[in-house]
Design a binder for this molecule. Structure first.
Ligand code: CUA
Length: 181
């Protein structure tokens, strides 16, 4: 059964339950009032149970629908990172070094010399791998571990007339080939 079918069935069941509650209320409406205090006590007890049940249900649903956080972990582990200094300019990226090793965290220290830019790393298939803001007066750190390959850097923040032409590039090589140039 698809998710839609499940939701549909659940909705129908809840509607039926609601209808039963309404029917009950309607049939009880004409009856003389029972002892108020006793009814109140019973209602409060029911409310406590309902609250506890909803709490458990809510926590369960929240836990069950958790998805992995979309931003890769920003810790370095025990390996010393390869630090790349990145400065965004209108309209080019200043980056050093641009030849790095695979399997060792790369730490981009990203800032801007003028206006806000978006530092975005794309792989050879033009998939967005990681990104952060390049902001004047701030240095944003972006940590990522890359497999070998050629990577392109594009700007993701509109920064003036040549924003679309703001490209950069770097290479990730296998560890035995040596990086840092
Ligand atoms: Cu730099 Cu857009």
């Amino acid at each position: 059964m698809s998710l839609q079918d499940n939701v549909w069935t659940l909705t129908l069941a809840l509607l039926a339950l609601l209808a039963l509650v309404f029917l009950f209320v309607v049939t009880q409406a004409g009856r003389p009032a029972a002892d108020g205090a006793a009814v109140q006590k019973k209602a409060y007890a029911m409310r406590r149970w309902l609250f506890a049940a909803l709490l458990v249900l809510g926590a369960g649903v929240a836990w069950g629908t958790l998805v992995p956080f979309p931003i890769p972990p920003q810790y370095l582990g025990t390996l010393a990172p390869q630090v790349v200094k990145v400065v965004g300019h209108q309209w080019y990226w200043e980056m050093s070094p641009t030849r790095l090793k695979a399997g060792i965290p790369v730490e981009f220290d990203v800032t801007s010399a003028d206006v806000n830019h978006g530092f975005a790393v794309y792989d050879a298939q033009d998939r967005l791998i990681a990104q952060t803001q390049a902001m004047p007066g701030f240095t944003n750190k972006l940590v990522h571990v890359f497999p070998p390959g050629s990577y392109r850097v594009l700007c993701l923040e509109y920064c003036g007339v040549a924003h679309h032409g703001m490209f950069g590039a770097f290479e990730i090589v296998a560890q035995h080939e040596g990086g840092q140039s």
